[in-house]
Design a protein. Structure first.
Length: 543
């Protein structure tokens, strides 16, 4: 190989080493991985985030637990209601976003929810299990009677008595959740104003199936990640119409798919919105935990989220003059067609003791009844989450209406439900694991290897260049170096007992550059041995 080619090869190695060294330093000092993740996390058409958001594919379950009243007559006689929890009735929720439209000017995307709830019999008890429960349409009507005056109340009393309405009814769990025929509901559907008109049937979860009428718009994160995934508008409005002042009118909450990444926001509070609850629900950071080897932040519902302003000043705008606020109980009647429906934690968990003491059969348990989310802090993706809500009927004593005259003022638990996810799909979990566990370790290691490799290539090339320069100046140095290498090889052979006599063999050393020194060294005593001294030099000496 010519000297010019050797020089060119060494120069190429030095250039590659310098480039590798610089890239390694840049990769180790610039947080390009975070930039890459956030760029692809933003919600836009055909991104990985979009496909996860538009049709999640995760197994989302809704579990219903209904309270069966075992002593309806005893309650009307003044006893505490004895409640028997019946369930679970489990439904798998197949959800997707439809009518999706991106707004490039406001960095938002609008959509409608399409939900199909399918009963999962292997996880449930019989959905046709009979249940004794309060007659919600009748008790809603009678709760309004004190505002109607004596004459109208008497008229209602005559009508409901003639129709033989009773304060408790027998229905199946499926009917209570997803609809049964009721004469009062049918009348309300026919004669109520359009904007207040209820469904044709009575069902606590009737409006959750099919394509929802509500058009939501959320923030894509293209402008800022501070409110990534939060709702921007509902049906074109930037507030909830059910309440009169902030913060009760706020819609700044996630619909559940994405949250602002806590690693960026450093915020200890996130919010989630559910249209059936007429409000956003706060979730407070508790601690760092993990899920399936992936880092997660645990958020819980604060114990003062529902109820009176004394325990939480932000609840003041939920309070009304029509009832006395109590810790753990939240009015949602404005979005339930005026029905006196109140929400609480299941089994009155973390609620005022009077609520729990007024009934028999409830037993609060944090593990079973709290609302929580485990959210990946770098991505804002929920790894696990459960929203647990109890629906209660707040009944007002209507002494002028005969069928319910014995139904005293009471907060009556009807059912509770759990919505959420326990596991992500394997594909989504792999992507999250790659981006939050493997990549943060692999990238620094790769960067340091590039730095070390580049530095080694540069140093090695300069050392070889220096050796070549020195050998060119003094060829004897090369002979000595080659001799040392042969001795090392010979020592290795002897140590490994692999040496043998080589008959009729001659070792030779060929110099890279020819000089006055002999080019060959022969073995002593051989006929073909070459003299060490050049022949011409020997003749000159004899002379």
């Amino acid at each position: 190989m010519s000297r010019q080619v050797i020089v060119q090869n060494r120069l190429a190695v030095i250039i590659i080493g310098i480039i590798t060294l610089i890239l390694g330093i840049l990769l180790s000092s610039i947080p390009w991985l975070d930039y890459f993740i956030l760029k692809n996390l933003r919600l836009w058409n055909d991104t990985l985030s979009y496909h996860y958001w538009q049709r999640p594919g995760v197994i989302r379950l809704t579990k219903l637990y209904i309270y069966n009243v075992t002593n309806p007559d005893g309650f009307l006689s003044g006893e505490k209601p004895k409640l028997q929890e019946v369930g679970p009735f489990v439904y798998r929720e197949d959800m997707q976003k439809v009518n999706v439209k991106f707004d490039e000017n406001n960095y938002t995307v609008s959509y409608q929810h399409k939900k199909i709830l399918q009963f999962v019999p292997e996880l449930s008890i019989d959905k046709d299990t009979p249940i004794v429960t309060p007659n919600i349409p009748l008790l809603t009507l009678t709760s309004l009677s004190p505002k109607l005056g004596y004459l109208l109340s008497k008229t209602i009393s005559v009508v409901v008595s003639a129709a033989k309405f009773k304060p408790f009814i027998n229905v199946t769990a499926e009917q209570l959740a997803f609809g049964y025929d009721d004469a009062l509901v049918s009348l309300a559907h026919r004669f109520y104003p359009k904007h207040m008109r209820p469904m044709e049937q009575m069902g606590l979860l009737l409006g959750r199936n099919g394509t929802l009428m509500e058009v939501s718009s959320i923030k894509t994160g293209m402008q800022s990640m501070d409110q990534f995934g939060y709702i921007d508008s509902l049906n074109g409005m930037d507030h909830l119409p059910h309440w009169n002042e902030e913060p009760c009118t706020s819609i700044a909450g996630s619909e559940g798919s994405f949250f602002p990444p806590r690693d960026l926001t450093k915020s200890d509070m996130v919010h989630i919105y559910d249209k059936d609850l007429c409000r956003i629900i706060p979730l407070k950071y508790v601690e760092r935990t993990e899920k399936d080897g992936i880092a997660a932040d645990l958020f819980r519902l604060p114990n003062n989220s529902y109820g009176d302003a004394a325990h939480n000043p932000e609840n003041r705008c939920y309070d009304t003059s029509e009832y006395e606020a109590i810790q753990g109980l939240q009015n949602i009647s404005p979005c339930q067609y005026g029905a006196p429906v109140f929400i609480s934690n299941p089994h009155f968990f973390e609620s005022h003791p009077d609520l729990l003491n007024s009934v028999e059969g409830l037993s609060p348990d944090r593990e079973k009844h709290e609302t929580y989310f485990k959210i990946q802090p770098k991505l804002g993706v929920p790894l696990e989450g459960k929203v647990r809500i109890q629906l209660n009927l707040r009944v007002t004593h209507a002494k002028d209406i005969y069928p319910v005259r014995d139904f005293r003022d009471f907060v009556f638990p009807v059912m509770w439900l759990e919505e959420g996810i326990s596991e992500l799909t394997p594909a989504i979990k792999r992507w999250i694991y790659l981006g939050t566990v493997i990549a943060p370790h692999a990238v620094p290691i790769g960067s340091y290897l590039m730095i070390a490799g580049g530095a080694f290539a540069i140093i090695f090339s300069f050392v070889r260049a220096y050796q070549s320069f020195m050998f060119a100046q003094d060829p004897t140095l090369e002979i000595l170096e080659m001799g040392r290498r042969s001795l090392r090889r010979g020592s290795s052979f002897i140590a490994q007992q692999q040496h043998r006599f080589l008959v009729h063999h001659r070792d030779s050393y060929s110099l890279l550059r020819h000089g006055p020194v002999a080019t060959c060294l022969g073995e002593a005593g051989r006929d073909d041995a070459q003299p060490i001294i050049d022949t011409s030099m020997a003749v000159s000496q004899d002379a």
